[in-house]
Design a protein around this ligand. Structure first.
Ligand code: ZN
Length: 289
C-alpha cells in the first residue's frame, strides 16, 4: 500500500528531535512524519494550518520542523482528527499560543475526561482547558477556499473521527480512520468498531477521487486503490466475525478461527486486531451488555 508515495520528492531530514522528516505533497502542503503520528501542514500568507500534532514529547521538535517549512509562519489553526495522544500532543503548546483548535464535538468530550482502556489498563489524562479543542462541529465545515472538513460518522476508529480535504492539492487527511501500516487499533471504548472501519473507508471514497493522496494517521500515503483494497479486506473480515458472533462465538474463538488468514503474510499477526474487533461487535450490537 505504498503506491501513492512513489514520485514524491525525497524526504529531507531535520537535525533535531526524533527522526522528524518532511515530504512535500503539493503547493504549500507538507507531510511531516516522526512526531508520533502523521502531521499535515499547509503554509502560506494566511498562516499555517496543521492537521494533528504528534505526541506531546515531540511538540517542540514538530514546531521547529513546521517553522522551517517553505512559506511558513505562525500556526493559526490545528485540526485534531481524533482524541488519541498521537494526534493531540501539540494542543497545549498551540492552545496556549491562541491557536484555533478544531475537532468534532465528541473528540472534545473525550479530551475533557480521564480514559482507561479496559483491555490493557492504559490510562489517558484529560487535557487542561487551554489544550482542548476550542472550535467544535458536528457534521462538516469549511475553513477557507482550499480546506473543507467533515465528520466520519461511522465510528471507524473513535466516535469523533474527522477528515480534512485540501482541494487545491487534492490531499485528504483522515487520521486513523485509515491505517497506512499494520492492523488498526480498534478503540471500541471510544466507539470504534469493525463495521465502522469498513463504513469509514467507504465514506473516504466518497470524499476522495482516484487521484487523491490520502494521508492516514500512521504509515505511508494511501491511494484510492489502496482504500478500495482495504474495504475488501476489512469487509471480508467483518462478514466472518459477524457470522461467528451470530453463532454465539466469543472473541477467543474468533481469534482461533483465523478470519484474517489470507492477509497475515502481508499485514502481520492479526490476533490483537481480531480480538478487539470481535469485542467491538459485542460492544456495538449489545451496548447495554
Ligand atoms: Zn488513534
Amino acid at each position: 500500500m505504498k503506491a501513492a508515495a512513489a514520485g514524491l520528492a525525497a524526504p529531507f531530514a531535520f537535525g533535531q528531535g526524533p527522526n522528524i522528516a518532511t515530504v512535500q505533497l503539493g503547493d504549500n502542503l507538507f507531510l511531516i512524519t516522526g512526531a508520533g503520528g502523521n502531521v499535515v501542514a499547509r503554509t502560506g500568507a494566511q498562516g499555517v494550518v496543521m492537521v494533528d500534532g504528534g505526541l506531546a514529547q515531540n511538540a517542540g521538535a514538530l514546531a521547529q520542523a513546521v517553522a522551517a517549512l517553505p512559506n511558513s509562519g505562525p500556526v493559526r489553526t490545528l485540526f485534531n482528527t481524533h482524541w488519541h495522544p498521537e494526534q493531540t500532543g501539540s494542543n497545549e503548546k498551540l492552545g496556549t499560543a491562541g491557536v484555533t483548535i478544531i475537532a468534532q464535538e465528541n473528540t472534545r468530550l473525550w479530551l475533557q475526561q480521564n480514559v482507561t482502556w479496559p483491555w490493557n489498563g492504559q490510562k489517558f489524562q484529560k487535557l487542561p482547558k487551554v489544550a482542548q479543542p476550542n472550535k467544535t462541529f458536528y457534521d462538516k465545515g469549511t475553513l477557507d477556499a482550499g480546506i473543507s472538513y467533515g465528520y466520519i460518522s461511522d465510528a471507524a476508529h473513535t466516535d469523533g473521527d474527522l477528515y480534512v480535504y485540501f482541494s487545491q492539492q487534492n490531499v485528504l487527511a483522515v487520521g486513523d480512520a485509515a491505517y497506512g501500516q499494520g492492523w488498526p487499533v480498534v478503540d471500541w471504548w471510544s466507539g470504534g468498531w469493525i463495521g465502522g472501519i469498513v463504513g469509514g473507508l467507504q465514506r473516504i471514497q466518497t470524499v476522495a477521487n482516484k487521484d487523491t493522496k490520502i494521508v492516514p494517521g500512521r504509515g505511508p500515503l494511501l491511494s484510492f486503490a489502496d482504500i478500495t483494497a482495504q474495504v475488501d479486506m476489512y469487509g471480508t473480515i467483518y462478514d466472518r466475525l459477524n457470522q461467528m458472533m451470530n453463532k454465539g462465538r466469543g472473541p477467543s474463538e474468533a481469534v482461533e478461527a483465523k478470519p484474517a488468514k489470507e492477509y497475515e503474510a502481508k499485514m502481520g499477526n492479526p490476533d490483537e486486531f481480531i480480538r478487539r474487533s470481535a469485542e467491538s461487535l459485542w460492544a456495538y450490537l449489545s451496548p447495554d451488555a
